[in-house]
Design a protein around this ligand. Structure first.
Ligand code: T46
Length: 326
C-alpha cells in the first residue's frame, strides 16, 4: 500500500496495488497490517480499529456533508469510490490545530481506486461527479446521532473550491448546517473517557450468565483478552496510561479498586461485581489497588499488546494530555 502526503499534514491518499488479470483485475482493498505500516512509515499516528463499513450511493451533483462526530464518538474514515467518481473534501475542525479551518479536496474514482484517509478531528463531505456513484467508507466508530455535527458546505471562511455544477442537490439538514465560526468543534486533544456500565444479567434458578458482545455492550472490536489474578492485597498495579488502547475491565470474581485519571480529574472506582464493567478509552491513567484474594480481573482490549502504547510516567502522561500528542 502506497501513502501520499497531502497539503494537510494528517490527511493522506492511499493506493493499493491493482493486479490485472485476463478475467479483469483484483486488489486488496483493505489490509490492516499494510495500512498501519504505511501510516507508521509516514509518521502518522495509528488509528483505532476500523469497525464499520458504510456504503453510499449518489446521483450526479448530490453533495453530502460536511459532517463529523464529536469525541468520544469521533470517527476516522477511509474513503474510496467504488463506482463512478466524486470530489471528496476534508476540513480540519480541531480548534487548537495549526491547520484549523483548512481544507483538502481530491477527485476519487473507481478507475484508480485511490482512497482518502481522514482521521478524527476532520469534517468530510463529497459530491458525486457522475450518476451512479458509490462511495465505500470504512470508519472507526459507528453512527452516533447526538455526537454528529455538520458544517456549511459553502462556508466562505473555509472557501472550498467545489467542482463547478449548475445544480447541487443537498439534504435539508446539510443545507442549514452552521458556519465554522458557529460550530461546536473538536478539541485537538482527544480527551480520554471512562464509563462504569451495568451489564445485563441473564439469570435463572441455575445461576447467572452475562454475555459480552462487540458492538452491543463492548464499544470496540476486541483483539486481546487477558486476566489478572493472584495479586496480593497490598500490591499496586497499573500506574500507566495508553495512547490508543481501549479496554473494558470486569472483576469476574472478588474485587479491586481502580483509580482513573484523565489528567484533569481523578476518581476511584470499586469493581466488586461480575455485572459491573469499567470502560477506559485511551489516554486514561489507571492505578489498581486492594485486590481481594479471590479477585480475577478480566480485561478486554482493542489492540494487541504493544509496549510503545504505554505511558508509564505520570509527568509524561500529563504532558501528552495537555499537548494533545497521541
Ligand atoms: C492495563 C491494566 C488494567 C504482556 O506480555 N501481554 C499483555 O497482554 C499484557 C497486559 C502484559 N504483558 C506483559 C507486560 C509486562 O511485562 O506482562 C507484564 C505485566 O504487565 P503490566 O505491568 O503492564 O501489568 P499491569 O497489571 O500493571 O497492567 C495491565 C495491562 O498491562 C494494562 O494494559 O490497563 O492491566
Amino acid at each position: 500500500m502506497n501513502l501520499f502526503q497531502t497539503s494537510l499534514p494528517d490527511i493522506a491518499i492511499l493506493e493499493s496495488a491493482i493486479y490485472e488479470e485476463t478475467q479483469g483485475w483484483s486488489m486488496q482493498s483493505f489490509d490492516e497490517p499494510a495500512f498501519h505500516k504505511a501510516l507508521k512509515e509516514a509518521g502518522f499516528p495509528l488509528p483505532r480499529t476500523l469497525i464499520q463499513d458504510n456504503h453510499f450511493y449518489s446521483k450526479k451533483g448530490v453533495l453530502r456533508g460536511l459532517q463529523y462526530q464529536l469525541p468520544p464518538h469521533a470517527q476516522s474514515n477511509l474513503i474510496r469510490v467504488v463506482h463512478g467518481s466524486a470530489y471528496v473534501v476534508a476540513v480540519d475542525v480541531r480548534r487548537d490545530s495549526l491547520s484549523f479551518g483548512q481544507w483538502f479536496g481530491i477527485e476519487l474514482d473507481a478507475v484508480s481506486q485511490r482512497m482518502l484517509w481522514i482521521p478524527e478531528g476532520f469534517a468530510h463531505g463529497f459530491v458525486a461527479l457522475e450518476d451512479d456513484t458509490h462511495f465505500f467508507c470504512k470508519t472507526t466508530n459507528g453512527h452516533h446521532k447526538d455526537s454528529q455535527r455538520s458544517l456549511k458546505w459553502n462556508d466562505p471562511d473555509i472557501g472550498i473550491d467545489w467542482p463547478g455544477f449548475t445544480e447541487i442537490t443537498i439534504s435539508t439538514e446539510d443545507a442549514v448546517a452552521p458556519l465554522l465560526k458557529n460550530s461546536e468543534l473538536h478539541s485537538e486533544f482527544l480527551q480520554g473517557t471512562t464509563e462504569l456500565k451495568d451489564l445485563k444479567v441473564i439469570g435463572d434458578k441455575r445461576g447467572s450468565l452475562i454475555a459480552l458482545e462487540q458492538g452491543l455492550n463492548i464499544p470496540f472490536a476486541i483483539k486481546r483478552v487477558y486476566y489478572i489474578y493472584d495479586t496480593l492485597c497490598d500490591v499496586g498495579r497499573g500506574f500507566h496510561a495508553h495512547r490508543r488502547l481501549e479496554q473494558m475491565a470486569i472483576c469476574v470474581s472478588g474485587s479491586c479498586n481502580i483509580v482513573i485519571d484523565d489528567g484533569a480529574t481523578r476518581q476511584q472506582v470499586r469493581l466488586d461485581s461480575a455485572s459491573k464493567a469499567l470502560i477506559m478509552r485511551n489516554m486514561i491513567w489507571r492505578e489498581m489497588h486492594e485486590f481481594s484474594d479471590d479477585c480475577v480481573l478480566l480485561v478486554l482490549a482493542s489492540e494487541h499488546y504493544d509496549e510503545s502504547d504505554y505511558i508509564r510516567n505520570y509527568d509524561q502522561f500529563i504532558k501528552e494530555v495537555s499537548c494533545g500528542k497521541k
